[in-house]
Design a protein around this ligand. Structure first.
Ligand code: NAP
Length: 518
């Protein structure tokens, strides 16, 4: 059985830490052991800053982009191995694992292409030169320059490959060395990915390290040039944000956290039309894919009262057709949750909903599991609730249930009523409006926009050309306000800026304009 180690200062760590068993969540068998902690945090930071940072900053954007292209190719070449660990240790179906692994390679490729377009530069101009004062001599200009610190990534359990790659693509392109701390429960895929990158000898020494186990000591040693990119629960996000040393040194912290994403149905939507079919397709996918353990999963379906019964019945019918069981089995569409803790959290959330709302479909522990030993596995749902009164609506907005669980909430069909419900989510990563009435869509989009990081619009004409809202795209910003953490990632060049410093240069026009060309 594999024993997994941190990769620190150019070698897999032999220091003894705490041994943590990693499980197959469908059978509860141990599949690997993680050696957590025991690494020298100070040495890791120094190696990144002194060796990795220097090497990366010496490269142009095009050269860094070339590194990303080679990382994408290495992941693609070892796709099957990564999918296998993801199925065995993450409980993901092959489809769910591909979503993670191909998403990782695709994101790195997109940023490789951006690097190629940025060419030989190592800094980026920002806006036009502005003239200062009355004369024609004094000018100002903004530019993005490389930071001299290290980028620490703390990742959630649900996307061990993509969650790492979307952060790595932007930080490495910006010229920052990275230290990745994957979630322990699903660390096998993250370690396999690290081995692939190290074997391929793509990155300069010090540009990449990976730590298993707690990173408290490392967080406490971060300084003014460093960046933390955190993805996980709001609760942990608050703990990370409030580390005193991060506050004291003004360390940049980006948080991606919980999200009560919404699907909003316009009152005009024809239940026999094309957009209705897209709505059902998206809902089934965004409730069940990766067993609902996606930050972008749909948690609330906001539907006009007149369409409530029909939508609930059709959605329940489709959810009822999903095959649940061991994710390695060919027929299985929904696997287990990743850990016992996840399962217990989902059960608690469903019990809270049961006490307040009507159950339209599902059971906390589904029966007829395919290829699963009797009584084993961390299985849950899918479950669909209907919130018919204020008590149920309030319960649906209390906490994110991180599993295949959604709540249908009726409204009167007006834009304001829909937007008011959306706002109760407290800020989300993604939401979708389904309507063929352009004026209604535009009104809803305008009212919802300040609360949503990415807003998808679907009508009957877009059928066939729409992407599921849960698909995060490298060219569009991923992040959301409020409960979703208030962070931003990706979005093309915007994502690279998080790992750079913006400086305003002021001085004689001739000098300022040519400063970064020297
Ligand atoms: P989590 O329990 O908050 O853990 C996230 C990461 O933080 C893990 O690597 C964990 O390490 C680490 N961690 C735990 N305690 C810490 C501490 N005191 N200081 C520093 N790091 C600490 O979240 P999760 O269960 O892995 O992920 C599920 C959550 O992530 C959901 O709430 C979901 O909404 C959110 N999520 C958000 C996004 C997004 O883009 N917005 C994407 C994916 C997931 P250990 O595993 O070693 O404990």
């Amino acid at each position: 059985m594999a024993t997994l180690h941190s990769y620190v200062c150019g070698a897999f760590s032999t220091a003894r830490g705490e041994e943590v068993a990693l499980l197959d969540p469908a059978t509860e068998e141990t599949v690997a052991t993680a050696n957590c902690g025991g690494f020298d945090a100070e040495a890791a930071l120094q190696h990144a800053r002194e060796v990795g940072g220097r090497a990366l900053r010496a490269l142009s954007f095009a050269q860094r982009g070339e590194l990303l292209a080679r990382m994408a190719a290495a992941i693609h070449d070892h796709r099957d191995a990564l999918i296998e660990t993801s199925v065995r240790n993450g409980g993901t179906t092959r489809g769910g694992a591909k979503f993670d692994v191909d998403g990782a390679a695709g994101t790195l490729s997109a940023y490789a292409e951006l690097g190629r377009r940025l060419g030989d530069a190592r800094e980026l101009g920002d806006g036009e030169t502005v003239m200062i004062g009355r004369g024609a001599k004094l000018a100002g200009r903004h530019a993005w320059v490389a930071r001299e610190g290290v980028a620490l990534f703390i990742n959630a359990f649900n996307f061990p490959a993509w969650g790492f790659a979307e952060k790595a693509a932007t930080a490495l392109l910006a010229g920052m060395p990275i230290i990745n701390k994957p979630a322990t429960a699903t660390a096998w895929t993250a370690v396999r990915l690290a081995e692939i990158l190290i074997e391929a000898a793509i990155l300069p020494a010090g540009a990449f390290q990976q730590l298993l186990g707690p990173v408290k000591e490392l967080l406490e040693r971060l300084g003014p040039q460093d960046v933390v990119a955190f993805t996980g629960s709001s609760r942990t996000g608050v703990l990370v944000r409030s580390v005193p040393e991060l506050l004291r040194h003004g360390v940049r912290v980006n948080v991606e956290a919980d999200s009560l994403n919404a699907a909003v149905v316009g009152p005009d939507l024809d239940p026999d039309g094309a957009a209705w079919q897209t709505l059902l397709r998206d809902l089934v996918r965004e409730i069940s894919e990766k067993t609902g353990q996606k930050c972008t999963a749909t948690r609330r379906v906001i539907v006009p009262q007149a369409l409530l019964e029909r939508l609930t019945a059709e959605l329940a019918d489709r959810l009822g057709g999903l095959k649940i069981g061991h994710p390695a089995h060919r027929d299985v569409e929904v696997g287990p949750l990743a850990t016992r803790q996840q399962m217990e959290d989902v059960q608690r959330g469903c019990a809270r909903m049961r006490a307040a709302a009507q159950v339209a479909f599902g059971r906390e522990r589904p029966d007829a599991l395919i290829d699963v030993p009797a009584g084993k596995g961390f299985f849950a749902g899918p479950m669909l609730f209907v919130a018919r009164d204020e008590r149920a609506v309030a319960a649906a907005h209390q906490d994110e249930i991180f599993g295949p669980v959604a709540t249908v909430i009726p409204f009167d069909g007006g834009v304001e009523a829909a937007a008011a419900l959306v706002r109760r989510g407290g800020g989300m990563l993604v939401s979708t409006v389904y309507s063929d009435d352009r004026a209604w869509s535009a009104g809803a989009a305008r009212a919802m926009a300040p609360w949503v990081g990415r807003l998808c619009l679907v009508d009957s004409r877009s059928d066939g050309a729409t992407l599921p809202p849960g698909m995060v795209l490298p060219d569009l910003v991923h992040g959301g306000p409020g409960r979703a953490g208030g962070g931003e990632e990706l979005g093309g060049l915007r994502g690279v800026h998080h790992y750079m410093a913006r400086t305003a240069f002021q001085g004689p026009r001739a000098l300022v304009e040519r400063l970064l060309e020297a």
